[in-house]
Design a protein around this ligand. Structure first.
Ligand code: NAP
Length: 293
């Protein structure tokens, strides 16, 4: 029997409706509108599109959003100053630095500038460090992996004691996803470009999170029957049949994997909508935290 689809769009809509209600309530009760500040450096079209999508999602849910759009040739000081300005701005409760930054910018130094209370993408080294340490609580966890966890929870299946494989070890997706799964008591293997015999490792997994950035790299017949498969990948492929001339596919060979998996996400319509939703949710929490001291 083909796998159940975990519908990221539907889940995201449900959570965004709750966020919209909570934002309206907060405005009425405290006069505060949660605000997200975005720093975008350069003119990478994909990054610009992500920033536009975040702005629209903020508008729909009733949050304020402000963007600092800096030219690609900006200096380290200019980028850090943009973050500091948001840190000092009482109308901004969450800060997102759109990655990647241009090569000449020291990313870690920029991320270090984000106030921990406003680090709604959970990307500050202290928050990421706390996520990896026993008995420590990060203020926020990164949006995409937090969305991955919500999608797994949506299946109603327990994560406790399950075998999970995360393919990819980036700071924003693979590594934090592995830490979140470990904290939920899964036994986690992290795979990367140097992993030997990836198919054999994937075949043992009850939960597969693919965050590679390579179209349909994970073949359908690698999937353990009944596994939960979360496809984070977002790869555009030329498609003359489509109006736009391209289409998005994930890192997993969807149709074939669906034959074996128990639950699977689609691309598009899986992790993408959840990333934005988790960012809104964290911004609302940051604003509630600011109001309640
Ligand atoms: P990234 O920084 O490029 O990391 C890719 C990871 O995949 C690296 O750890 C790399 O290993 C590993 N990898 C590369 N080739 C591999 C192979 N042949 N076998 C096993 N592992 C391999 O990418 P990212 O930022 O984590 O993003 C991953 C994907 O998720 C991309 O498609 C991106 O567009 C997508 N994404 C989607 C969302 C969303 O909201 N939907 C959000 C963020 C990212 P090494 O470490 O050894 O190089």
């Amino acid at each position: 029997m083909p796998a159940n689809i975990i519908d990221g769009r539907q889940l995201a809509r449900r959570i965004q409706d709750e966020i919209k209600r909570a934002v309206a309530e907060q405005k009425t009760e405290t006069g505060t509108t949660p605000g997200l500040g975005v720093v975008l450096v350069g003119d990478d079209p994909a990054s610009a599109m992500y920033v536009r999508m975040k702005r629209r999602a903020c508008e729909r849910a009733g949050l304020r959003s402000e963007a600092q759009l800096l030219p690609a040739a900006s200096t380290q000081a200019e980028v850090e100053n943009a973050v500091r300005a948001f840190n000092c701005n009482p109308d901004i409760h969450g800060i997102l630095v759109q990655l990647p930054l241009p090569d000449h910018i020291d990313e870690e130094a920029v991320l270090n500038e984000i106030s921990l209370a406003k680090d709604v993408d959970g990307i500050h080294p202290v928050n990421l460090g706390r996520l990896g340490m026993r008995g420590r609580e990060p203020t926020f966890t990164p949006a995409t992996p937090t969305g991955v966890m919500a999608l797994i929870e949506e299946t109603g299946q327990s994560i406790d004691g399950k075998t999970a494989v995360v393919i990819g070890r980036s700071n924003i997706v693979g590594l934090p996803a592995a830490l979140l799964l470990t904290n939920a008591n899964a036994t986690v293997t992290i795979c990367h470009s140097r992993t030997r015999d990836l198919p054999a490792v994937v075949k043992r997994a009850d939960i597969v999170v693919a965050a590679i950035g390579r179209p349909e790299h994970v073949k359908g017949d690698w999937i353990k029957p009944g596994a939960i498969v979360i496809d984070v990948g977002s790869n555009s492929l030329p498609d003359p049949a489509s109006e736009k001339g391209y289409r998005y596919v994930g890192d997993v060979e969807f149709e074939a994997a669906r034959e074996l998996a128990g639950y699977i996400t689609k691309v598009p319509g899986g992790v993408g909508p959840m990333t934005i939703t988790m960012l809104l949710s964290n911004t609302l929490k940051a604003a509630q935290g600011a109001v309640n001291g």
